[in-house]
Design a protein around this ligand. Structure first.
Ligand code: ARG
Length: 459
């Protein structure tokens, strides 16, 4: 079969090269956007009188038919046609004859591929937006049911202070809300039409770039043709966003894995969202969370890959850039799968409130509150810290928690401690009293949930 670019060649391409440089196996994923972009281009060529209106209609109808045929699985792509752009152009010319040969007037595959990937990614971003919103809603659902659920908060994975589980869930809400905003911001810079940049210098034909942009629903036209055909920042930004989102999912996964261990036993994952062992009959494993944690590495790898592909490239287009697609598609697919499975895993997990509360009561998580109690009684904080620390050391030696100590034990450390200490160091009081904006107090958590619902509604 004759190459669309065959004119200056006297030999056929070696089969090894054919296999090596062809991208149709993966860029066929762009067929919709490729046709969409070509339709907008052809309509504009007709309106500008660069081709006749009749030719423009022939092309548009031919492309629309092709779109249906490809969607119905009736089209087999040809590896010799290299990529999706040339496959579609050849198929179009087979279908409608000579008019098909005019489609590429004033266009290059360099501006064409940049457009296709942008349009495709914008579409995927909308789906990812929905998935992120669903995940944020799932976190809110769990939070709403667990405002009164007290568990230990950790620093250094050592029990630190009591918090409520809703507050913990809402911390992740914040992270995914930031991710959501990052995604929207990236979308702005992705919604730029490069068509009209040609191979790299622009084109001699009187194209109407604005019209094409409008038809494609994009926000801007690119301002520099060299940049337009060689910019892949939007892919790097998206993959960075995806990496950060995966990092957040991975952190939550780590917690879920810990919480569902027998050592913590804070949650039990639903049977539908966990798996067993082929040898150990008793096992119920948090595989979903582990796989998400594992797939995070894969998305980071994709980020490193595209950064490295781009780092040495002079202006403008270089074939290296064909390597932008597989990792991008992999990132999109991986992130979507992870987000999709995560929300129902969260909403179906069983919260083992009693175990959480038991853990919160052990490990001296109320030692800060004991110190604070003494501060309210008039002791400087540093001295109060010292008294509380000594009580903890005594407790560890005696095998007693702070709330198990007698009044005379307390008094032997500080005369300032009175009967009201028991109320002050109750773990529920410890949560309750943290009543500043952003803190774990029950009332403040409820307010935070209301605020988060307003945020969700605005997305
Ligand atoms: N398949 C190519 C890619 O993905 C399309 C652009 C080819 N342009 C060229 N001048 N070879 O990058």
């Amino acid at each position: 079969m004759k190459k669309l670019w065959g004119g200056r060649f006297s030999k056929t391409t070696d089969q090894l090269v054919e296999d090596f440089h062809s991208s149709i196996s993966f860029d066929q994923r762009l067929y919709k956007e490729d046709i969409e972009g070509s339709i907008a281009h052809a309509r504009m060529l007709g309106a500008q009188g660069i081709i006749s209106e009749e030719e423009s209609h022939l092309i548009i109808n031919g492309l629309s038919e092709l779109l249906d045929e490809i969607a119905a699985g009736k089209v087999e792509f040809d590896q010799k046609s290299e990529d999706i752009h040339m496959n579609i152009e050849s198929l179009l010319t087979d279908k409608i004859g000579d008019a098909g040969k005019k489609l590429h007037t004033g266009r290059s595959r360099n501006d064409q591929v940049a457009l296709d990937v942008r349009l495709n990614l914008l579409r995927e971003m909308e789906e990812i937006q929905d998935l992120l919103r669903a995940l944020m809603e799932a976190l809110l659902t769990v939070a709403e049911k667990n405002v009164q659920t007290v568990l230990p908060g950790y620093t250094h994975l050592q029990r630190a202070q009591p918090i409520n589980f809703a507050h913990h869930m809402m911390a992740y809400f914040e992270m995914f809300y930031r991710d959501y905003q990052r995604l929207l911001d990236t979308a702005k810079r992705t919604s730029v039409s490069p068509l009209g940049s040609g191979a790299m210098a622009g084109t001699t034909f009187p194209l109407d770039r604005e019209r094409v942009k409008e038809e494609l629903g994009m926000q801007e036209i690119s301002r520099n043709s060299l940049d337009a055909v060689s910019d892949r920042d939007f892919i790097i930004e998206f993959t960075s966003f995806a990496s950060i989102t995966m990092m957040h999912l991975s952190r939550l996964s780590e917690e879920i894995i810990f919480w569902s261990s027998q050592e913590a036993a804070f949650i039990e994952l639903d049977d539908a969202y966990s798996t067993g062992s082929s040898i150990m009959p008793q096992k119920k494993n948090p595989d979903v969370a582990e796989l998400v944690r594992g797939k995070t590495g894969r998305v980071y790898g994709n980020l490193m890959q595209i950064l490295t592909v781009m780092k040495g490239l002079p202006l403008a287009y270089n074939k290296d850039m064909q390597e932008d697609k597989e990792s991008l598609f992999d990132t999109v697919d991986t992130l979507k799968k992870c987000l999709l499975v995560y929300a129902p895993m969260l909403t179906t997990m069983r919260i083992r409130e009693d175990n959480m509360l038991d853990a919160a009561k052990k490990g001296y998580t109320n030692a800060t509150d004991l110190a604070d109690y003494l501060v309210y009684k008039g002791l400087p904080f540093r001295d109060a810290h010292e008294v509380s620390g000594k009580l903890v050391a005594y407790g560890i030696a005696e095998g007693k928690e702070l709330d198990q100590m007698t009044m005379s034990e307390f008094k032997s450390f500080s005369e300032m401690i009175e009967e009201d200490i028991y109320q002050a160091i109750d773990v529920r009081t410890c949560v309750e009293k943290r009543d500043l904006p952003g803190a774990t107090g029950f009332t403040k958590t409820k307010e935070a949930i209301i605020e988060a619902k307003i945020i969700i509604e605005s997305l």
